[in-house]
Design a protein around this ligand. Structure first.
Ligand SMILES: CC(C)(COP(=O)(O)OP(=O)(O)OC[C@H]1O[C@@H](n2cnc3c(N)ncnc32)[C@H](O)[C@@H]1OP(=O)(O)O)[C@@H](O)C(=O)NCCC(=O)NCCS
Length: 166
């Protein structure tokens, strides 16, 4: 039986092992890691799924911001979202996304950004429609830079996304 838990209660080693299995050992060179460099995952928005005492899924959220010369606007970076390859397509990804979105609702639904497949994340309200003016500190595919902003918080149309270390 799978069980949702706060990620803060999971062992850091188990999280890293799961992420290596889901994304490969070179994952930390990806642009998504540059986006949140030097920040800590947001405890109330990050979750794990355990099955028989083993971590088989995780979702992490991070404080980032989009900045222009004159302004900055806070965002939540969602990801990585990872489900162990042996357990994929059983609804765990859905459970993790819903847990994060439910927790976000309690804090006024901050705008969320992620790098991922719109074919999957579109069902949770993410799309690339409003991210065309943003740049990232490393390579990215524009159609995979996704935003979810149901509360329509004001954002910056043209700017650079990067870590929010404040
Ligand atoms: C992407 C991921 C988190 C989805 O979690 P999951 O538990 O396997 O998926 P769910 O059971 O919630 O959903 C399954 C459905 O999503 C679809 N799906 C899964 N990954 C998809 C993707 N990358 N693109 C499009 N559809 C996808 C499946 O085909 C299935 O569709 P169906 O409902 O029509 O049958 C998981 O497969 C994973 O960890 N993949 C490897 C790591 C990764 O790419 N993470 C995302 C980038 S942050």
């Amino acid at each position: 039986m799978a069980r949702l838990c706060p990620l803060k209660d999971c062992r850091a080693d188990d999280i890293e092992r799961l992420l290596d299995t889901a994304f490969g050992g070179d994952r930390t060179s990806r642009t998504a890691y540059m986006l949140r460099d030097g920040t800590r995952f947001i405890r109330e928005l990050s979750f794990g799924v355990e099955q028989h005492g083993t971590l088989i899924g995780s979702i992490q959220c991070w404080p980032v911001m989009v900045t222009s010369k004159a302004e900055k606007a806070p965002l939540i970076l969602v990801g990585p979202v990872a489900v162990h390859p042996d357990e994929q397509n059983s609804g765990h990804g859905h459970t993790l996304m819903q847990a994060t979105l439910k927790a976000a609702k309690r804090i006024n639904e901050p705008p969320m950004v992620m790098i991922g497949d719109a074919e999957y994340y579109g069902r949770f309200g993410f799309s690339a429609e409003e991210t065309g003016g943003w740049t990232l500190p490393g390579p990215w595919e524009p159609h995979r830079l996704l935003l979810r902003n149901p509360a329509r918080h004001p954002l910056i149309g043209e700017g650079m996304v990067g870590p929010d270390k404040d």
